[in-house]
Structure formats: C-alpha cells, structure tokens
Design a protein around this ligand. Structure first.
Ligand code: SF4
Length: 357
C-alpha cells in the first residue's frame, strides 16, 4: 500500500528538518513554544535562534518574564523589530502569572493578550495536545498550491481550507508533528516565489504543480500603500562614545524603545530647523554637522532619516529631561530600535570594537 501524504510529509520532515532549539519532544514547554512563535512572526529564523536562546537564559520561566520590567523585555528583543509583540508577550506572561497557571485549551489561550488564533492553536497543540490546527502563512500557501485554489493569501476561505487540510493530515498521522512538518515545507520548499517542487514529498498530488503554475496560488493580498516620512535626528556624543537617547513615548510602533532625539518632518519643513529645536530642548548648544542619510522601514513606513552630529562637552546636555539616557550605541543597556546601529555606522566616532574596550 503506498504511503499516505501524511506519512510522506513526516518522513521528509524527520530526515530534512532544520534543527531548532525549541523543537523538543512533545509535549513541549508552553513558555518555549510561545516565545519561539512570537519571535518567529515576521522575522527570519537565523536571527530568531540566538535571540531566543539569550531570552530564555535571561527569563527562564514565564514567572521570570512576568516579574521583569518592560524595558528589560524590550532590550532582550533588540534587533528583531516589531516591538509591539514583545510588549504583548510581557502582558501575556503577567496574565498567566496572575491566574497562577497556563490555560490549556485553545479558547483559554486565545483570551490572553497577544494570542491570535494561530498562536493559541500552536501552543495548545505543541504543549497541551490540542487538536485545533495552527494555520500560518506557510500552511495557507501550501494548501492553495496543492489544490490550485484561487484564494487570496490571508483570507478567511483560505484559512478554512488550511484547517481542513491540516485536520486531515492529523487524522492520518496522529501527531502534531505533521503540522510542524507542513509549516516547515512551506518555509523551506514551497517558498513564496521559487518552490523547489522536485524536493517536495507532496509533489505527486499537487494540482498547482500539475497545472504548471504553482506560484499562481494563492492570489496576492492587495498591498497597502507605503507611507513616506522624513525624520531629523540629533546625534550628540560624549568623549567616551556614549550617545544621548530618549525613551519614545509617542506613537505606538516604537513606544518604550530608546532612540536619539528625533522629529518627524512635515512636508517642506527644513531638517536643520527641526534639529536646532531638538538641540535647544536637550540643552545642547554646540556645532551640528550633517551626516549621511539613512534609510529605515517600520512596517508600512519608509523613512529617510537625516542625522545631525554634535560633540557634547557640557555634562548638563540632556540631563534636564526625564526619559534621557547616555548609552554606548553598539552595546546599549536599554531596548533600542535597530535604527540606532544604522545611525552609529554613519555618525559614531568610535568603531564597535573600540566601543567594547
Ligand atoms: S509540489 Fe511544489 S507547489 Fe506543490 S506543494 Fe510541493 S513545493 Fe509546493
């Protein structure tokens, strides 16, 4: 009797899957599942693995995370971007600590801060034996291609089809490993623009491949227009290489992170005028020099960042303002946006090696 799709998928996964620190035998630690799932959202796994390991060393349990200050949690997330998920992870840890135990059902987990259907299903399945299939973008893409479904990525109908496929595979395999295998197939073989169908364990039953147009499925989402912004940035540095940062308290995307003082420029506004205002607000009256422009993107925003550099010899610079801190740009002790490292490359007088001395 020929192998079923589920068996071929599992066989492929067991021989080809990437080794990842959270892929331990079932049932898994729900805390490790949650942290890995949150970090893997919108982020390449090469960057997730070292951050995941450092994060679990720093906060070994959900209680440790709940007891931490949000600044420390954001710091531990530095470099991954999308910091809203770090704040929600922290809130979820506090909610779990408050109730004294993890909810063990899909519905109970779904009620926690930051738990969408996918995260709730993944934690329930991998840690508590839940049977609600977790359907992420990878599963949705494989589903659309296998059945040549002209459905839109991220749409309700495609999610429903994904659940049906994942449910059928589970019925055959009897282990949530088959769901992890399906996600891995989408992440490494059935990739968005160049699927390697010759390596695919499901190729013999794939309607998209038979039609000769696998990448025609699923249909793309309608793209949201990207917003263009210009920012003026004040980069003030002390002789020891530390730079003035301020805690962002406006807007939701970067709130709670630390950045050099900056202003979002309105159309036609002069960057130098804005940066002079920033200098006054931070008690800096030295010379300012324009540094090279930096490009930075935050979700749907593309930002032209215009930095102005000054040397702070007066120790009162920045001291009068609440939410200010002097930090080494290559080794900050607070949670910073990845923009700080980009700015340091064009503004800082010390190289990373010199800063670590
Ligand atoms: S055969 Fe190709 S298109 Fe079909 S599921 Fe496999 S990788 Fe994707």
């Amino acid at each position: 009797m020929p192998d079923s799709s589920a068996q071929r998928l599992l066989g492929w996964f067991r021989s080809s899957a990437r080794e990842l620190p959270w892929r331990t035998p079932f049932p898994r630690d729900p805390y490790a599942v949650l942290v890995s799932e949150v970090m893997a959202q919108q982020t390449q796994l090469e960057r997730v693995v070292p951050t995941f390991q450092r994060f679990l060393e720093r906060f070994p349990s959900v209680r440790d995370l709940a007891a931490a200050e949000v600044d420390d949690v954001l710091h531990a997330f530095s470099g991954l971007g999308y910091y809203r998920r770090a704040r929600l992870l922290h809130q979820a840890a506090r909610a779990i600590a408050d109730r004294g135990a993890w909810p063990t059902t899909f519905e109970g987990l779904r009620a926690l801060p930051g738990f969408g259907s996918y995260t709730a299903a993944a934690v329930a399945a991998f840690a508590f034996g839940g049977i609600e299939p977790p359907v992420d973008g990878n599963v949705a893409r494989v589903t659309a291609r296998l059945d040549a479904l002209p459905l839109i990525l991220g749409s309700g109908p495609l999610l429903k089809e994904g659940r049906l496929l994942a449910g059928a595979l589970y019925t055959d395999a009897g282990t949530p490993e088959v769901w992890e295998a399906l996600m891995e197939l989408g992440a490494t073989v059935c990739t968005p623009s160049s699927p390697t169908c010759r390596s695919c364990p499901l190729a013999s039953g794939c309607a998209g491949l038979s039609a000769g147009t696998p990448t025609a499925f699923p249909l793309p989402r309608v793209q949201r227009a990207r917003e263009q912004q210009r920012w003026a940035v004040l980069w003030v540095e002390r002789p020891d290489g530390s730079v003035l940062l301020r805690r962002v308290d406006h807007g939701t995307l970067l709130a709670g992170l630390w950045l050099p003082p900056f202003a979002v420029l309105t159309e036609g506004a002069a960057a130098l005028d804005a940066v002079r205002d920033l200098a006054r607000e931070n008690s800096f009256d030295g010379t300012l020099t324009r540094a090279a422009e930096v490009k930075h993107s935050i979700t749907h925003r593309d930002i032209r960042v215009l930095p102005f550099v000054g040397a702070a010899r007066d120790t009162r610079v920045g001291e009068a303002r609440v939410g200010s801190s002097w930090q080494q740009p290559y080794a900050p002790g607070v949670g910073v946006s990845s923009l700080v490292a980009k700015l340091a490359r064009v503004c800082a007088r010390k190289s990373p090696a010199e800063s670590e001395e």
